[in-house]
Design a protein around this ligand. Structure first.
Ligand SMILES: Cc1ncc(COP(=O)(O)O)c(C=O)c1O
Length: 397
């Protein structure tokens, strides 16, 4: 499989020219073929055994590898600038498999305090059952102080869900490496259009492909990208745990990937406009958006994120707490009330009762999540229509 793109081609060029699957015949399919099969058959038991024992790359069983799912992971690796990528059935399958691939009983992980609720839950409730310790840190300095002899992994999100804090990836990479650990970055909210963590020293990049990468709210998947040596460990554990990506989902994710730069650029522009427009409304208590000047991490956002791009999510807290937040969500005309993000239609969700429902009040406060916070995942609607919809709903509070 040879990539049709060159590493130096622009992102949108690379997105529409992912590595093309070989057919072995003259002529290649323009769209990726879907290898909708659980098993692969061989001419001899000997070649079957060779593939099963990993002595020759080949396909035997789709829980282990599937050509369509591999094509998807390689395409993301191409955009992130990674040597290899491994596909997963969901973002959480990618996250849990990565954590368990590098952590054993007695090990320790240092994680950013502000994280997706599902990841927070795995770190605080699941990993301790296997004797894996976790410390949370708000800054690279706190992360350095939290490192121990047994720290194997440092974990952060490029733009945190839903507080939209930007991680200082170069500084966290230095902290991790000084302690002999790896830095893993969940870059779901950023996508390779907004940030490429591997180029800043990260060792592993994880995505929920369900979000921007798929981009149409019609497929669930995940992916991990990094150096082959690390990805071999991730693939081996995925084979055992079984969170493998189905080929039909991989096809949809590959299709979404081709328009990723176009969609994300547009969503970023609209989000910036919405954040500015909402910040001045009298019914709004607070707007979180890394692109708003005056935010504590605005300079960091400018350094870590691609020029002029600050993500497609805005977190909005209306005056009046949870009750006002729920009323606002219910009175928006154009927005879907949904838990996911990164689709074509703008989605809103009340954070404390949905994506971060696993956090108790103390953990919500520690993570900086207000009881009335609403996550607004901006879609592809006309920006004026969207702003008018929010203003009219806020006027009615
Ligand atoms: C930042 C982040 N990482 C991971 C996940 C989990 O992804 P999935 O729902 O595909 O398992 C989510 C889901 O919302 C997320 O927001």
């Amino acid at each position: 499989m040879t990539p049709a793109h060159r590493r130096e081609d622009a992102l949108q060029t690379r997105a529409v020219h992912p590595p093309a699957p070989e057919t072995g015949l003259l002529g290649r399919a323009s769209a990726p073929p879907v290898h909708r099969t659980a098993t692969f058959t061989f001419d001899s038991s000997d070649s079957f055994a060779t593939v099963m024992s990993d002595h020759t790359r080949g396909y035997a069983y789709s829980r282990i590898d599937n050509p369509t799912s591999d094509a998807f992971a390689q395409a993301v690796a191409g955009l992130e600038g990674g040597q290899d990528g491994q596909p997963f059935a969901s973002g959480m399958a990618a996250i849990t498999t990565t954590l368990l691939a590098f952590l054993s009983a007695g090990d320790h992980v240092v994680a950013q305090r502000r994280l997706y609720g599902g990841t927070h839950h795995v770190l605080t409730r699941v990993l301790p059952r296997w004797g894996i310790g976790v410390s949370f840190a708000d800054s690279p300095q706190e992360a350095a102080a939290a490192m121990t002899d047994t720290t194997r992994l440092v974990w952060c999100e490029t733009i945190s869900n839903p507080t939209l804090r930007v991680a200082d990836i170069p500084a966290l990479a230095a902290v991790a490496h000084a302690g002999g650990a790896l830095l893993a970055v969940d870059s779901t909210f950023a996508t390779p259009v907004v940030c490429r963590p591997l180029s800043m020293g990260a060792d592993l990049v994880v995505h929920s492909a369900t979000k921007y990468i798929g981009g149409h709210s019609d497929a669930t998947g995940g992916v991990v990208v990094g150096e082959r040596e690390h990805l071999d460990a991730v693939r081996a554990l995925r084979t055992d745990l079984g969170g493998s990506l189905a080929p039909d989902e991989a096809f949809l994710l590959l299709r979404g990937l081709q328009t990723l730069p176009l969609r994300v650029e547009r969503q970023n522009r609209t989000a910036a406009r919405l954040a500015e427009g909402l910040a001045v409304h009298r019914a709004v208590e607070r707007v979180e958006y890394p692109g708003l000047p005056g935010r504590p991490d605005h300079a960091l956002a400018e350094a870590v994120l691609a020029s002029g791009r600050f993500g497609g999510v805005v977190t909005l807290t209306p005056r009046g707490g949870k009750e006002a937040a729920l009323r606002l969500c219910d009175s928006l005309r154009l927005c879907h009330i949904v838990t996911s993000l990164g689709g074509t239609a703008t989605g809103v969700s009340h954070v404390a009762s949905t994506s971060h429902r696993q956090l108790d009040d103390d953990a919500l406060t520690a993570a900086g999540i207000a009881p009335g916070a609403i996550r607004v995942a901006v879609g592809l609607e006309d920006p004026d229509d969207l702003l008018a919809d929010f203003h009219s709903a806020l006027d009615g509070l």
